[in-house]
Design a protein around this ligand. Structure first.
Ligand code: OSB
Ligand code: MG
Length: 371
Protein backbone atom coordinates (compact mmCIF):
# COMPACT_ATOMS: atom_id res chain seq x y z
CA UNK A 1 0.00 0.00 0.00
CA UNK A 2 1.59 3.24 -1.15
CA UNK A 3 1.01 6.39 0.90
CA UNK A 4 0.34 8.74 -2.03
CA UNK A 5 -0.62 11.82 -0.09
CA UNK A 6 -1.07 13.05 3.47
CA UNK A 7 -3.30 15.97 4.42
CA UNK A 8 -3.16 17.77 7.75
CA UNK A 9 -6.27 19.71 8.71
CA UNK A 10 -6.52 22.00 11.67
CA UNK A 11 -10.10 22.20 12.86
CA UNK A 12 -12.18 23.99 15.47
CA UNK A 13 -15.28 22.65 17.21
CA UNK A 14 -17.19 24.27 20.10
CA UNK A 15 -18.05 22.01 23.03
CA UNK A 16 -21.73 21.97 24.03
CA UNK A 17 -20.74 22.13 27.71
CA UNK A 18 -17.50 23.85 28.81
CA UNK A 19 -15.25 21.22 30.41
CA UNK A 20 -13.31 22.10 33.59
CA UNK A 21 -10.43 20.04 34.95
CA UNK A 22 -7.92 20.83 37.69
CA UNK A 23 -5.79 22.54 35.01
CA UNK A 24 -8.19 24.46 32.74
CA UNK A 25 -11.65 25.16 31.35
CA UNK A 26 -12.14 24.32 27.67
CA UNK A 27 -15.11 25.48 25.62
CA UNK A 28 -13.61 24.74 22.22
CA UNK A 29 -11.38 22.09 20.65
CA UNK A 30 -8.63 23.31 18.32
CA UNK A 31 -7.28 20.01 16.96
CA UNK A 32 -5.82 18.20 13.95
CA UNK A 33 -7.22 15.59 11.58
CA UNK A 34 -4.73 13.67 9.45
CA UNK A 35 -5.80 12.06 6.17
CA UNK A 36 -3.64 9.35 4.59
CA UNK A 37 -4.47 8.71 0.92
CA UNK A 38 -3.75 5.60 -1.18
CA UNK A 39 -5.47 5.54 -4.55
CA UNK A 40 -9.14 6.19 -3.86
CA UNK A 41 -8.93 5.18 -0.21
CA UNK A 42 -8.60 7.68 2.65
CA UNK A 43 -7.65 6.82 6.22
CA UNK A 44 -8.41 9.26 9.02
CA UNK A 45 -6.57 9.93 12.26
CA UNK A 46 -7.05 12.53 14.97
CA UNK A 47 -4.50 14.32 17.12
CA UNK A 48 -5.67 14.35 20.74
CA UNK A 49 -3.52 17.30 21.79
CA UNK A 50 -5.19 20.40 23.19
CA UNK A 51 -4.52 23.99 22.11
CA UNK A 52 -2.26 24.49 25.14
CA UNK A 53 0.40 22.32 26.83
CA UNK A 54 -1.37 21.93 30.20
CA UNK A 55 -2.33 18.25 30.02
CA UNK A 56 1.03 17.21 28.59
CA UNK A 57 3.81 19.04 26.79
CA UNK A 58 2.19 18.53 23.38
CA UNK A 59 -0.19 21.12 21.94
CA UNK A 60 -1.94 21.56 18.62
CA UNK A 61 0.34 24.08 16.83
CA UNK A 62 3.39 22.14 18.01
CA UNK A 63 1.95 18.86 16.74
CA UNK A 64 1.09 20.51 13.43
CA UNK A 65 4.68 21.62 13.01
CA UNK A 66 6.28 18.31 14.01
CA UNK A 67 3.92 16.43 11.69
CA UNK A 68 4.73 18.75 8.78
CA UNK A 69 8.49 19.01 9.32
CA UNK A 70 9.37 15.55 10.66
CA UNK A 71 6.68 12.85 10.67
CA UNK A 72 4.87 13.25 7.35
CA UNK A 73 8.12 13.45 5.31
CA UNK A 74 9.14 10.02 6.68
CA UNK A 75 5.90 8.43 5.49
CA UNK A 76 4.57 10.18 2.41
CA UNK A 77 5.44 8.35 -0.80
CA UNK A 78 6.52 5.21 1.08
CA UNK A 79 5.18 1.69 0.77
CA UNK A 80 3.55 0.42 3.97
CA UNK A 81 2.73 -3.28 4.02
CA UNK A 82 1.48 -3.24 7.62
CA UNK A 83 0.71 -0.26 9.89
CA UNK A 84 2.90 -1.73 12.66
CA UNK A 85 5.83 -0.51 10.52
CA UNK A 86 4.83 3.11 11.19
CA UNK A 87 5.86 2.96 14.85
CA UNK A 88 9.32 1.71 13.80
CA UNK A 89 9.67 4.38 11.11
CA UNK A 90 8.82 7.14 13.58
CA UNK A 91 10.78 5.72 16.53
CA UNK A 92 13.96 7.82 15.97
CA UNK A 93 11.91 10.93 16.82
CA UNK A 94 11.71 11.24 20.59
CA UNK A 95 8.25 11.45 22.17
CA UNK A 96 5.80 13.72 20.27
CA UNK A 97 3.39 10.85 20.89
CA UNK A 98 0.12 12.58 20.04
CA UNK A 99 1.50 13.84 16.73
CA UNK A 100 2.79 10.34 15.92
CA UNK A 101 -0.51 8.71 16.88
CA UNK A 102 -2.48 11.03 14.57
CA UNK A 103 -0.65 9.86 11.46
CA UNK A 104 -0.24 6.27 12.66
CA UNK A 105 -4.01 6.12 13.27
CA UNK A 106 -4.73 7.44 9.77
CA UNK A 107 -2.56 4.68 8.31
CA UNK A 108 -4.23 2.00 10.46
CA UNK A 109 -7.63 3.15 9.16
CA UNK A 110 -6.31 3.27 5.59
CA UNK A 111 -4.86 -0.23 5.88
CA UNK A 112 -8.03 -1.71 7.39
CA UNK A 113 -10.02 -0.17 4.49
CA UNK A 114 -7.44 -1.56 2.05
CA UNK A 115 -7.91 -5.02 3.61
CA UNK A 116 -11.70 -4.59 3.65
CA UNK A 117 -11.88 -5.18 7.39
CA UNK A 118 -12.96 -3.10 10.37
CA UNK A 119 -10.25 -1.31 12.34
CA UNK A 120 -11.41 -3.17 15.45
CA UNK A 121 -10.97 -6.57 13.75
CA UNK A 122 -7.67 -5.45 12.19
CA UNK A 123 -6.16 -4.81 15.62
CA UNK A 124 -7.59 -7.94 17.26
CA UNK A 125 -10.70 -6.48 18.86
CA UNK A 126 -13.22 -9.05 20.01
CA UNK A 127 -16.09 -7.16 21.66
CA UNK A 128 -19.09 -6.17 19.51
CA UNK A 129 -19.92 -3.33 21.91
CA UNK A 130 -18.10 -1.55 24.71
CA UNK A 131 -19.31 -0.08 27.99
CA UNK A 132 -18.89 3.66 28.35
CA UNK A 133 -18.99 6.12 31.20
CA UNK A 134 -19.19 9.89 31.35
CA UNK A 135 -16.38 12.18 32.46
CA UNK A 136 -17.95 15.08 34.35
CA UNK A 137 -16.03 18.36 34.63
CA UNK A 138 -15.69 20.38 37.83
CA UNK A 139 -18.96 22.19 38.59
CA UNK A 140 -19.63 25.43 40.45
CA UNK A 141 -21.47 23.80 43.36
CA UNK A 142 -22.27 20.43 44.88
CA UNK A 143 -25.91 20.94 43.91
CA UNK A 144 -25.00 21.60 40.27
CA UNK A 145 -22.79 18.50 40.20
CA UNK A 146 -25.45 16.23 41.71
CA UNK A 147 -28.04 17.49 39.20
CA UNK A 148 -25.67 16.88 36.31
CA UNK A 149 -24.68 13.40 37.54
CA UNK A 150 -28.31 12.41 38.16
CA UNK A 151 -29.15 13.17 34.53
CA UNK A 152 -26.18 11.11 33.35
CA UNK A 153 -27.21 8.20 35.60
CA UNK A 154 -30.72 8.39 34.12
CA UNK A 155 -29.20 8.23 30.64
CA UNK A 156 -27.65 4.90 31.63
CA UNK A 157 -23.90 5.57 31.65
CA UNK A 158 -21.99 2.53 32.89
CA UNK A 159 -19.99 4.65 35.33
CA UNK A 160 -19.51 8.26 36.30
CA UNK A 161 -16.10 9.93 36.55
CA UNK A 162 -15.86 13.20 38.40
CA UNK A 163 -13.05 15.70 37.96
CA UNK A 164 -11.64 16.92 41.25
CA UNK A 165 -9.10 19.36 42.64
CA UNK A 166 -8.30 20.52 46.19
CA UNK A 167 -11.33 22.40 47.50
CA UNK A 168 -13.70 20.79 44.99
CA UNK A 169 -13.32 17.18 45.98
CA UNK A 170 -14.50 15.33 49.09
CA UNK A 171 -17.70 17.26 49.78
CA UNK A 172 -18.60 17.07 46.07
CA UNK A 173 -17.99 13.31 45.89
CA UNK A 174 -19.87 12.75 49.15
CA UNK A 175 -22.87 14.67 47.82
CA UNK A 176 -22.93 12.46 44.70
CA UNK A 177 -22.46 9.28 46.75
CA UNK A 178 -25.32 10.24 49.06
CA UNK A 179 -27.71 10.65 46.11
CA UNK A 180 -26.34 7.60 44.24
CA UNK A 181 -25.10 5.03 46.79
CA UNK A 182 -24.51 2.28 44.21
CA UNK A 183 -23.49 4.00 40.99
CA UNK A 184 -20.01 2.97 39.76
CA UNK A 185 -18.10 6.14 40.59
CA UNK A 186 -14.51 7.33 40.21
CA UNK A 187 -12.54 10.58 40.49
CA UNK A 188 -9.87 12.12 38.24
CA UNK A 189 -7.48 14.63 39.82
CA UNK A 190 -5.26 15.36 36.80
CA UNK A 191 -2.20 15.64 39.07
CA UNK A 192 -3.71 18.17 41.51
CA UNK A 193 -2.27 16.61 44.71
CA UNK A 194 1.09 15.79 46.29
CA UNK A 195 2.21 13.36 48.98
CA UNK A 196 1.56 16.17 51.49
CA UNK A 197 -2.13 15.44 50.88
CA UNK A 198 -1.98 11.78 51.96
CA UNK A 199 -4.19 12.23 55.04
CA UNK A 200 -6.78 14.04 52.94
CA UNK A 201 -6.65 11.42 50.16
CA UNK A 202 -7.11 8.63 52.72
CA UNK A 203 -10.61 9.98 53.37
CA UNK A 204 -11.54 9.01 49.79
CA UNK A 205 -11.38 5.36 50.85
CA UNK A 206 -14.83 5.69 52.45
CA UNK A 207 -16.50 6.61 49.16
CA UNK A 208 -16.32 3.19 47.52
CA UNK A 209 -14.71 4.60 44.37
CA UNK A 210 -13.74 2.28 41.52
CA UNK A 211 -10.45 4.18 41.39
CA UNK A 212 -8.77 7.54 41.74
CA UNK A 213 -7.10 8.63 38.52
CA UNK A 214 -3.71 10.41 38.43
CA UNK A 215 -3.77 11.99 41.90
CA UNK A 216 -0.05 12.97 41.86
CA UNK A 217 2.38 14.58 39.42
CA UNK A 218 2.00 14.03 35.67
CA UNK A 219 5.55 12.65 35.39
CA UNK A 220 5.61 10.52 38.55
CA UNK A 221 5.43 6.80 39.18
CA UNK A 222 7.39 6.58 42.46
CA UNK A 223 5.20 8.78 44.68
CA UNK A 224 2.14 6.98 43.32
CA UNK A 225 3.67 3.75 44.63
CA UNK A 226 3.86 5.27 48.13
CA UNK A 227 0.29 6.48 47.88
CA UNK A 228 -1.05 3.15 46.56
CA UNK A 229 0.49 1.39 49.58
CA UNK A 230 -1.59 3.62 51.84
CA UNK A 231 -4.88 3.80 49.92
CA UNK A 232 -7.42 1.01 49.63
CA UNK A 233 -8.89 2.75 46.58
CA UNK A 234 -7.11 1.58 43.41
CA UNK A 235 -4.95 4.19 41.71
CA UNK A 236 -5.29 4.52 37.94
CA UNK A 237 -2.48 6.18 35.99
CA UNK A 238 -3.25 8.41 33.02
CA UNK A 239 -0.70 11.23 32.45
CA UNK A 240 2.27 9.15 33.72
CA UNK A 241 2.03 6.39 31.10
CA UNK A 242 3.59 7.22 27.71
CA UNK A 243 4.85 3.82 26.62
CA UNK A 244 4.93 0.07 27.20
CA UNK A 245 8.07 0.67 29.29
CA UNK A 246 6.27 3.15 31.54
CA UNK A 247 3.42 0.68 32.02
CA UNK A 248 5.81 -2.15 32.88
CA UNK A 249 7.67 -0.01 35.44
CA UNK A 250 4.46 1.29 37.05
CA UNK A 251 3.13 -2.27 37.37
CA UNK A 252 6.45 -3.61 38.70
CA UNK A 253 6.61 -0.85 41.32
CA UNK A 254 2.98 -1.23 42.33
CA UNK A 255 2.25 2.41 41.45
CA UNK A 256 -1.24 1.64 40.15
CA UNK A 257 -3.79 -1.16 39.86
CA UNK A 258 -5.47 0.21 36.77
CA UNK A 259 -4.20 1.91 33.60
CA UNK A 260 -6.06 4.39 31.40
CA UNK A 261 -4.83 3.92 27.83
CA UNK A 262 -5.13 6.88 25.49
CA UNK A 263 -3.90 6.14 21.97
CA UNK A 264 -2.42 9.62 21.60
CA UNK A 265 -0.57 9.70 24.91
CA UNK A 266 1.19 6.39 24.18
CA UNK A 267 2.08 7.26 20.57
CA UNK A 268 -0.36 5.13 18.61
CA UNK A 269 -2.39 1.96 18.26
CA UNK A 270 0.62 -0.40 18.12
CA UNK A 271 1.88 0.83 21.51
CA UNK A 272 -1.65 0.85 22.95
CA UNK A 273 -2.06 -2.80 21.90
CA UNK A 274 1.23 -3.76 23.54
CA UNK A 275 0.21 -2.08 26.81
CA UNK A 276 -3.17 -3.82 26.71
CA UNK A 277 -1.41 -7.14 26.19
CA UNK A 278 0.99 -6.57 29.10
CA UNK A 279 -1.85 -5.53 31.42
CA UNK A 280 -3.91 -8.56 30.45
CA UNK A 281 -1.00 -10.85 31.32
CA UNK A 282 -0.34 -9.00 34.59
CA UNK A 283 -4.00 -8.84 35.69
CA UNK A 284 -4.11 -5.05 35.54
CA UNK A 285 -7.49 -3.58 34.55
CA UNK A 286 -7.48 -1.21 31.58
CA UNK A 287 -9.91 1.29 30.10
CA UNK A 288 -9.85 3.73 27.22
CA UNK A 289 -9.56 7.39 28.18
CA UNK A 290 -10.68 10.35 26.11
CA UNK A 291 -9.34 13.71 24.98
CA UNK A 292 -12.69 15.29 24.07
CA UNK A 293 -12.22 13.90 20.56
CA UNK A 294 -14.33 14.43 17.49
CA UNK A 295 -15.98 11.37 15.99
CA UNK A 296 -12.78 10.33 14.22
CA UNK A 297 -10.81 9.98 17.44
CA UNK A 298 -13.89 8.52 19.09
CA UNK A 299 -14.03 5.79 16.40
CA UNK A 300 -10.39 4.86 17.04
CA UNK A 301 -11.14 4.70 20.77
CA UNK A 302 -14.04 2.30 20.17
CA UNK A 303 -11.73 0.05 18.14
CA UNK A 304 -9.09 -0.30 20.85
CA UNK A 305 -11.70 -0.55 23.60
CA UNK A 306 -12.94 -3.68 21.82
CA UNK A 307 -9.68 -5.48 22.73
CA UNK A 308 -10.26 -8.09 25.46
CA UNK A 309 -7.96 -6.41 28.01
CA UNK A 310 -10.17 -3.31 28.16
CA UNK A 311 -12.09 -4.60 31.17
CA UNK A 312 -13.60 -1.37 32.52
CA UNK A 313 -15.95 1.26 30.98
CA UNK A 314 -14.11 3.98 29.04
CA UNK A 315 -14.66 7.71 28.40
CA UNK A 316 -15.99 7.36 24.82
CA UNK A 317 -19.38 8.96 25.47
CA UNK A 318 -21.89 9.72 22.68
CA UNK A 319 -21.06 12.52 20.20
CA UNK A 320 -24.12 14.54 21.24
CA UNK A 321 -22.62 15.02 24.71
CA UNK A 322 -19.83 17.08 23.11
CA UNK A 323 -20.90 18.52 19.74
CA UNK A 324 -23.90 20.03 17.98
CA UNK A 325 -22.76 18.24 14.84
CA UNK A 326 -19.96 15.68 14.81
CA UNK A 327 -17.78 14.90 11.76
CA UNK A 328 -18.93 11.28 11.39
CA UNK A 329 -22.12 9.65 10.07
CA UNK A 330 -23.82 8.21 12.00
CA UNK A 331 -22.69 9.88 15.21
CA UNK A 332 -21.64 7.79 18.23
CA UNK A 333 -24.72 6.84 20.25
CA UNK A 334 -25.20 4.81 23.43
CA UNK A 335 -27.77 2.21 24.40
CA UNK A 336 -28.01 1.28 28.10
CA UNK A 337 -24.41 2.26 28.79
CA UNK A 338 -22.92 0.53 25.73
CA UNK A 339 -21.71 1.73 22.34
CA UNK A 340 -21.61 -0.56 19.29
CA UNK A 341 -18.17 -1.12 17.79
CA UNK A 342 -18.68 -0.52 14.06
CA UNK A 343 -18.15 -3.52 11.79
CA UNK A 344 -17.75 -1.65 8.48
CA UNK A 345 -14.34 -1.12 6.82
CA UNK A 346 -11.76 0.94 8.75
CA UNK A 347 -13.12 3.18 11.48
CA UNK A 348 -16.58 2.09 10.28
CA UNK A 349 -18.14 5.55 10.12
CA UNK A 350 -18.60 7.75 7.07
CA UNK A 351 -17.05 11.19 7.24
CA UNK A 352 -19.44 14.14 7.25
CA UNK A 353 -17.27 15.90 4.67
CA UNK A 354 -19.48 18.99 4.63
CA UNK A 355 -19.03 19.42 8.38
CA UNK A 356 -15.32 18.55 8.20
CA UNK A 357 -14.82 21.29 5.57
CA UNK A 358 -16.89 23.72 7.63
CA UNK A 359 -14.77 23.29 10.77
CA UNK A 360 -11.40 23.26 8.96
CA UNK A 361 -9.35 26.37 9.77
CA UNK A 362 -6.14 25.39 7.98
CA UNK A 363 -5.19 22.67 5.50
CA UNK A 364 -1.86 21.50 4.11
CA UNK A 365 -1.21 18.72 1.60
CA UNK A 366 1.95 16.68 1.21
CA UNK A 367 2.84 14.54 -1.76
CA UNK A 368 6.05 12.65 -2.38
CA UNK A 369 8.62 14.82 -4.12
CA UNK A 370 9.00 13.74 -7.75
CA UNK A 371 5.36 12.61 -8.05
O1 OSB B 1 -7.67 13.30 32.19
O2 OSB B 1 -8.95 12.09 31.02
C1 OSB B 1 -8.52 13.19 31.31
C2 OSB B 1 -10.54 15.85 29.47
C3 OSB B 1 -9.59 16.82 29.30
C4 OSB B 1 -8.33 16.61 29.79
C5 OSB B 1 -8.00 15.43 30.45
C6 OSB B 1 -8.96 14.45 30.62
C7 OSB B 1 -10.25 14.68 30.14
C8 OSB B 1 -11.35 13.77 30.33
C9 OSB B 1 -12.43 13.80 29.30
O3 OSB B 1 -11.50 13.10 31.31
C10 OSB B 1 -12.63 12.51 28.61
C11 OSB B 1 -13.58 12.67 27.45
O4 OSB B 1 -14.78 12.83 27.70
O5 OSB B 1 -13.12 12.65 26.29
MG1 MG C 1 -7.40 11.54 33.22
Amino acid sequence: MNIDKIIIRRASLDLITPFTTSFSTQSNRDFLIVEAHSGDLIGYGECGAFAFPYYSEEYTPGCQLVLKDHLVPLLVGTEVSHPAEVRTTLAPLKRNNMAKAAVEGAIWDLWAKHEGTSLAAAIGGTKPSVEVGLSVGIKGSEYELVEFVSQAVDEGFARIKIKIKPGTDLSYLRAVRKEHPDVPLMADANSAYTLDDVEHLRLFDDLNLMMIEQPLAHDDIVDHRHLQKILRTPICLDESIHSLGDARKAIELGSCRIINIKIGRVGGISEAKDIEDLCRREGIDVWCGGMLESGIGRAHNLAIASLPGFTLPGDTAPSARYWDRDVIIPEVTMDRGSVQVPAGPGIGFDIDTEQLEAITTDISEFEATGQ
